[in-house]
Every structure is written in structure tokens, then in C-alpha cells.
Write a protein that binds this ligand. Structure first.
Ligand SMILES: C[S@@+](CC[C@H](N)C(=O)[O-])C[C@H]1O[C@@H](n2cnc3c(N)ncnc32)[C@H](O)[C@@H]1O
Length: 278
């Protein structure tokens, strides 16, 4: 005669037999593998010419890479976003990112919240200031440069990029575009001595990037089936224009400028601009 305990063991064994343990695990592992590979593929595509913004990304990164060895000591990244150029500045002692609380990039790398127009730092407290693609987003660009000059130590260095040609973005917080002369004027007014201002592209690079962006937004974005053919088209446009840009002499048309400027120590020992009035 079987005991109630035997019945319980039998019931338990039958439950085990019906429970497909191995299959879901294999399935889960397979799904995770596919997801990882897709993520890798997407990251590779983002770095390639299939990304409609590769031309501007590459040119900005290349020029910033050229200027990056000038950065040293404690570096403030004004309007840092996701600190996309952090790897170029790995030699600095500290890379402190400041952002406005309303920023669209809710990034984990922001160190301090505050406005570029009233930087929450003491005067002469940074050796380097990095400011990439932010100047066009403030209504008072001269005030931003005044604040940069204030927080820089005498002899400190500013590395700044700003667009000369680009469509409206981060609207309505998009106010200006800058020629090399405008940048030079604003730097001079803030007591910064311009060392160099370089364009990121010529006319062909500028046209290629603008066309690639236009094609992507009109034909590809949000349309699953059209996305890959549009990205291939964007890649062709960018590559052709990149080639032409390297062949034809620069004539003043560009997407962006990269400027390097120094805070000149004043002869009277004065530390330069005082905090901007609120
Ligand atoms: C085009 S994004 C550039 C972000 C980053 N520097 C980059 O190169 O990817 C402009 C950034 O400026 C920031 N910004 C706009 N106004 C600002 C202000 N008054 N103070 C500090 N940051 C500001 C925005 O939040 C945004 O992250």
C-alpha cells in the first residue's frame, strides 16, 4: 500500500516532468544574444557614414582632437550635455560638466546644475573651459564669454565650438549663428585673446551635411521600410561631399568653427571680468 507521502512524491515528479525548464532558458539566452548583436550593429552604424550626421561629427571630433592637447588642469565643460568629447580630454585632472536644469539631455555625467550666464563657480578657478555647440543657445552670448573669462585663471584656455550654418534645433532656445569675425569680436570683448579659429568644413562639406540631414528627416525618419535606403543615400551624399570638400579650397562657408582663446593676465594683477549682474 502506498503512503500519502508517496503520492506527494509522484505528484511532484510529474510536475517536474511537465515543467519545460531547459527550453525557456535557451530561448532567453537566444533573445539576449540577438538583442546584444542588434545593439552592437546599431552602434557600428552610428559610427559609420550610414549615420546622417557623420560628416559634422567627424569634423568636429577631428578638430577638437587637434586642440585637445592644449587642455590641462581643472576643466569646466559649459553646457556639457553627455560630454561627448570626454575621451579626447582624458589628460585633464578634472572634467566638470555644468548644465541648465531644463536640459533635454538628462545625462548621468552632469556634475553641477547652473546657467552658463551665471556660472556657479568662483573667479579664476579653472585652467581650461570647454564649450561645444552652446553659444547659439543662450540669448546673451557676450555674457557667456564674460562668465567663461571670469572663471578662467589668468593664462587659462578656452576651447569653444559654435555653428555658422545649421537649422533651428533645441527650439525655442536657438538664437544665433557665428562667423569667425563674430567669435573673435565676442572673445575680445570678454578679455580673451584668440589664438586660432578654424572652420570644420568648406562649402561642399556644409552642403553635404545639410542635404544629408534634410533627406533623412524628409524620407527616412519614423518610416521603418524607408530608413535603410535613406541612410544609404545619406552615406553616398556625405561621402561625395566629403571628397569634394577636401579637393576644393575653403572660402568661408562652413558648418562650425573651433576657437581657442587665452585669458591674458592683466598687468595690474586684476583677475579680469567680475560676476555678471543677475
Ligand atoms: C547642442 S547641445 C550641446 C551639448 C554638448 N556640449 C555637445 O557638444 O554635445 C547645447 C547644450 O547647451 C545647454 N544649454 C543651453 N543653455 C544653457 C545655459 N544657459 N547654461 C548652460 N547650458 C546651456 C543645453 O542644455 C544643451 O545641452
Amino acid at each position: 500500500m502506498r503512503s500519502p507521502c508517496d503520492h506527494r512524491v509522484e505528484w511532484f515528479l510529474s510536475m517536474l516532468a511537465e515543467t519545460p525548464i531547459a527550453a525557456p532558458r535557451t530561448e532567453e539566452r537566444f533573445t539576449a544574444l540577438v538583442k546584444t548583436q542588434l545593439r552592437r550593429l546599431r552602434a557600428a552604424a552610428a559610427r559609420s557614414w550610414l549615420n546622417p550626421y557623420t560628416l559634422t561629427n567627424r569634423r568636429l571630433t577631428a578638430l577638437l582632437g587637434e586642440m585637445a592637447p592644449r587642455a590641462h588642469g581643472k576643466m569646466l565643460d559649459v553646457g556639457c550635455g553627455k560630454k561627448p568629447y570626454a575621451s579626447l580630454f582624458s589628460q585633464v585632472e578634472a572634467h566638470i560638466g555644468v548644465e541648465v536644469p531644463i536640459t533635454l539631455s538628462k545625462s548621468q555625467v552632469i556634475d553641477v546644475y547652473g546657467s552658463a550666464l551665471h556660472l556657479p563657480f568662483a573667479s579664476s578657478s579653472f585652467d581650461t573651459v570647454l564649450c561645444t555647440q552652446v553659444l547659439e543657445h543662450v540669448p546673451e552670448p557676450h555674457q557667456l564669454l564674460g562668465e567663461v573669462a571670469r572663471v578662467l585663471k589668468p593664462g587659462g584656455i578656452l576651447i569653444l565650438t559654435a555653428p555658422q550654418t545649421w537649422g533651428p534645433h533645441e527650439v525655442p532656445h536657438d538664437f544665433f549663428r557665428f562667423t569667425r569675425f563674430g567669435l573673435s569680436y565676442l572673445a575680445g570683448c570678454a578679455g580673451l585673446q584668440v589664438e586660432t579659429i578654424k572652420p570644420t568644413t568648406g562649402t561642399f562639406g556644409m552642403v553635404g551635411q545639410r542635404l544629408s540631414t534634410l533627406l533623412y528627416h524628409k524620407l527616412g525618419q519614423g518610416r521603418f521600410l524607408c530608413q535603410m535606403p535613406t541612410m544609404l543615400l545619406c552615406a553616398s551624399v556625405q561621402l561625395v561631399c566629403e571628397g569634394l570638400d577636401r579637393l576644393v579650397a575653403r572660402d568661408g562657408d562652413t558648418l562650425d568653427h573651433v576657437m581657442v582663446a587665452i585669458k591674458v593676465p592683466s598687468p595690474d594683477g586684476n583677475h579680469g571680468p567680475q560676476p555678471a549682474p543677475r
